[in-house]
Design a protein around this ligand. Structure first.
Ligand SMILES: Cc1cc2nc3c(=O)[nH]c(=O)nc-3n(C[C@H](O)[C@H](O)[C@H](O)COP(=O)(O)OP(=O)(O)OC[C@H]3O[C@@H](n4cnc5c(N)ncnc54)[C@H](O)[C@@H]3O)c2cc1C
Length: 388
């Protein structure tokens, strides 16, 4: 009964997209998640403009469903505020969205539940995984139940048990960030269709964000690379509260704001290093594969790209009857060809620009003074962003 062709561990953006990529493939697929949907996930809730295209490449009906999904707030301008409070507005031709993860992840889950060849096991916590190369099968244990398959795809997030058991990869402070976020009602001064990144003195190369949601709600947070958090012994929660209460440009916008729920934190495994993401009978996707943009903290799009490629690779494995580590390397290549170059550029930006207050201030002032340089710089930045 618990024998499948493919087992996807975790049903977040990576896992759900992987399931969609395997829909109607003729393969018998299980998705196992310790939570049930709808469920929240600590996040900034910003969905990049290219995300509908990821779904379209699987099937146009999934893109259409997202474009029709009513719960999203459209954003087309990213306001980057330098430490000297001067800012650059980066406008893009296509809109991205802010959608709470409670709604977005449930949306993807709903798309995947209607597909006949996909079975969901919710409230099942995975505790173990083993690969038997002689029997050519994987065994996953979840909530005391044993599941078997030819391929396991670990999409179980930043604290992936699949990665831990099959690759032993350890977190590295230089390729990791920490972040906290909370929901506030009635934050003022939010420009239309704009999400804001404030690179404040004292938290560089990290940033404080305000992302607009429906009903006058905002997703507010603070993200800082872990090596900085550790070196400066920063308490993220206290620092975020301090910014809201005391920062001269921020505090007036929160005078009538109301905190809804708690300030919650979570880790971000960054895509600035390559880790083992596949092997005999397995692949890793999303945060389990460490793919988050080092400068912006964006990881939902990359997770969905990896989920899609992992699903497609699994189909190839069955066609060729080849589940070897060597064959799985095609997945690594396809994924890193797509995301590595942008990730490296973002990492260099994080390490050599965003942490240098004077350079950052000077660059922002220059861009505000010269329309020509601003147009040139923004054209380049948007080209890098669009290359995904
Ligand atoms: C504070 C913060 C802000 C962020 N802001 C943004 C943003 O604005 N935009 C953006 O694009 N990215 C953002 N990110 C990154 C983004 O949240 C992640 O990259 C994305 O959630 C990764 O998706 P995933 O499917 O790989 O993992 P997840 O979304 O973490 O999903 C993993 C799934 O696996 C399940 N699971 C985990 N362990 C087990 C287990 N043992 N057994 C069974 N199931 C398990 C979980 O229940 C979950 O459903 C942010 C991250 C943080 C921490």
């Amino acid at each position: 009964m618990n024998q499948f062709d493919v087992i996807i561990c975790g049903g977040g953006p990576a896992g759900s997209t992987c399931a969609l990529a395997l829909a109607n493939s003729g393969l018998n697929v299980a998705v196992i998640d310790k939570a049930s949907f709808p469920r929240s996930k600590v996040c900034g809730d910003a969905i990049a403009a290219y995300v509908p295209k990821i779904l379209k490449a699987i099937h146009p009906k999934y893109e259409e469903a997202l474009l029709l999904f009513a719960e999203k707030t459209e954003v087309s301008t990213c306001r980057v505020v330098a430490p000297n409070e001067k800012y650059i507005d980066m406008k893009s031709a296509e809109s991205g969205f802010i959608i709470t993860r409670m709604q977005f992840d449930n949306f993807l889950y709903q798309l995947a539940t209607v597909e006949n060849n996909i079975t969901w096991f919710l409230n099942h916590e995975i505790t173990d995984v083993k690969i038997d190369t002689v029997l050519q099968e994987a065994t996953v244990t979840a909530s005391g139940i044993t599941f078997k398959s030819k391929i396991v795809i670990g999409c179980d997030g930043a604290h992936s048990i699949i990665s831990k058991k099959l690759t032993g990869t350890q977190p590295d402070l230089h390729h990791y960030s920490g972040a906290v976020r909370a929901y506030y009602k009635n934050v003022t001064g939010i420009p239309a269709k704009t999400y804001e990144l404030h690179f404040l003195k004292g938290v560089l190369p990290g940033y404080f964000w305000i992302f607009p949601l429906k009903d006058n709600m905002s997703n507010v947070g603070l993200c800082i690379p872990s090596y900085v958090v550790s070196k400066r012994k920063i308490n993220l929660r206290n620092t975020m509260e301090d910014i809201i209460k005391n920062n001269s440009s921020i505090k007036k916008r929160f005078e009538n704001a109301e905190l809804t729920g708690k300030i919650e934190g979570y880790g971000l495994p960054l895509g600035s290093r390559k880790i083992v993401i596949s092997g005999n009978h397995f692949m890793l996707g999303g945060d389990a594969a460490s793919l988050i943009d080092p400068a912006t903290g964006e990881g939902i799009g990359q997770s969905m790209i990896s989920g899609r490629y992992a699903g497609w690779q699994a189909i190839k494995c069955f066609k060729e009857n080849n589940f070897s580590a060597d064959f799985m390397k095609q997945y690594d290549k396809q994924l890193y060809d797509k995301v590595w170059s942008t990730s490296r550029k973002s990492y260099l930006l994080q390490r050599h620009f965003l942490n240098k207050q004077r350079l950052f201030n000077g660059f922002t002032t220059l861009l505000n003074k010269s329309k020509f340089i601003k147009r040139l710089a923004l054209k380049h930045i948007m080209k890098v962003a669009d290359s995904k």
